[in-house]
Design a protein around this ligand. Structure first.
Ligand code: GLU
Length: 327
């Protein structure tokens, strides 16, 4: 079944979601990373990236904030590209944990398996696999280059965030070394943890995140630069991972209520991907108990419901410039 929506409808839905939730007060900034506790809780932005690279945005969409766990999607794509999907399945896995993002219990229960590159354990394992193994600077260059290609930008490191997270990431240190004891980390644990912490500390805007999501929606072709960032066959792999674990222990509820595969970060960002159609991103610092931005969730849910978007709907949606007026 084919259905048409117009760019005007998209603009209106974005604006409406922004107006509806800008005064939303629930949630609280992450504070286990001290830097994040001090970000202005009122910041709020929504952006959609269309296949032609056009961005529809509302609110503080050029404010730069910590990408945090959304970086896991980028590095998962990098190692999927470097090693192929089957090897990633073997060395990391693609299972939802049903547990918090930083769960050590999940590693123990999964029989020493980090589960998926989209939770901390699997993400640290993914960083450890980035080539060339053992060479921190070249690995970092490769991680950054890949994120920049996905976002059509040049993301700076937020130094203060990196330092703040580096001195408080004891739980992630425990994860790295636990993985070592199970032979599930593929480079030196402290080097891998440091690169993981750095990638989480990159500063990104909501519009840049929409482009990242748009690149995935576009099957690996960045809609702005038109460059191929990853081969098209990896789209279904990364989107399935996002659908199964992108909202951590709330992933089932999220997919049930929106049908939009998404990935969140404790910095307050969320990206959503509708393959073949568009990428969406939203940002606001206050998060819920699972680490997912409250305003961003509400905004994306509103837009998806309003326009009937969602991967389970069995429809092909075409975006038109303007509605056809029948005379
Ligand atoms: N850097 C954060 C951590 O490892 C990322 C968590 C998230 O965004 O979900 O705790």
């Amino acid at each position: 079944m084919e259905r048409r929506i117009t760019k005007e409808e998209l603009h209106a839905a974005v604006q409406e979601a922004y107006e509806l939730y800008r005064k939303e007060k629930s949630g609280k900034n992450a504070d286990y990373i001290p830097y994040l506790a001090n970000i202005d809780s009122n910041l709020f932005a929504i952006a959609i990236c269309l296949p032609g690279g056009e961005i529809i945005e509302a609110g503080d969409s050029s404010y730069r904030f910590g990408i945090e766990s959304i970086s896991k999607v980028a590095t998962a794509l990098l190692v999927l590209k470097e090693y192929g999907a089957n090897t990633i399945m073997d060395m990391i896995g693609a299972d939802a944990t049903g547990m918090p993002f930083n769960s050590i219990m999940a590693i123990l229960l999964e029989n020493d398996h980090p589960s998926t590159p989209l939770v901390n354990a699997g993400a640290i394992a993914a960083v450890s696999m980035v080539r060339p193994v053992g060479e921190a600077q070249r690995k970092w260059d490769s991680i950054r280059h890949n994120i920049n290609e996905l976002c059509a930008s040049n993301l700076p490191l937020i130094d203060e965030l990196y330092k703040s997270e580096s001195v408080t990431n004891h739980n992630n240190r425990a994860i790295s070394w636990l993985l070592k004891s199970y032979n599930r980390i593929y480079d030196e644990p402290d080097l891998s943890l440091d690169l993981y912490t750095r990638q989480c500390s990159l500063g990104v805007t909501t519009s840049e995140l929409a482009v990242l999501a748009g690149t995935i929606a576009g099957g690996g072709i960045n809609p702005v630069t038109k460059r191929e960032v990853f081969p098209a066959y990896l789209t279904s792999k990364i989107v399935s991972m996002m659908a199964s674990v992108g909202f951590y222990e709330h992933s089932g509820n999220w997919m049930f209520s929106t049908g939009v595969p998404a990935k969140t970060g404790v910095g307050g960002g969320i990206i959503g991907v509708l393959p073949g159609l568009l990428g969406i991103a939203a940002f606001s610092p206050p998060i819920d108990a699972a680490g997912n931005s409250v305003r961003a969730q509400k905004a994306i849910t509103h837009i998806a419901k309003k326009l009937g978007l969602g991967i389970y709907n069995g429809e092909t949606i075409v975006i038109e410039e303007h509605a056809n007026v029948l005379c």
